[in-house]
Design a protein around this ligand. Structure first.
Ligand SMILES: [Zn+2]
Length: 53
């Protein structure tokens, strides 16, 4: 997946839910710089709270 695809249809790293524009405020994004290529990862609010809070 290239950066343009990520920008258009980001998906939750955990459950694969597509990030809808209406859900923007509830999601989290982190830039994973330990990957071969920088990877912007997204989590929905539920997975973020379950796995990272
Ligand atoms: Zn999720």
């Amino acid at each position: 997946m290239n950066s343009q695809d990520v920008a258009l249809t980001p998906e939750c790293e955990e459950c694969g839910t597509v990030w809808l524009p209406s859900d923007t405020e509830r999601w989290r994004a982190e830039l994973l710089d330990d990957e071969p290529v920088d990877h912007l990862a997204f989590w929905c609010a539920e997975c973020w709270e379950r796995g990272f809070a």
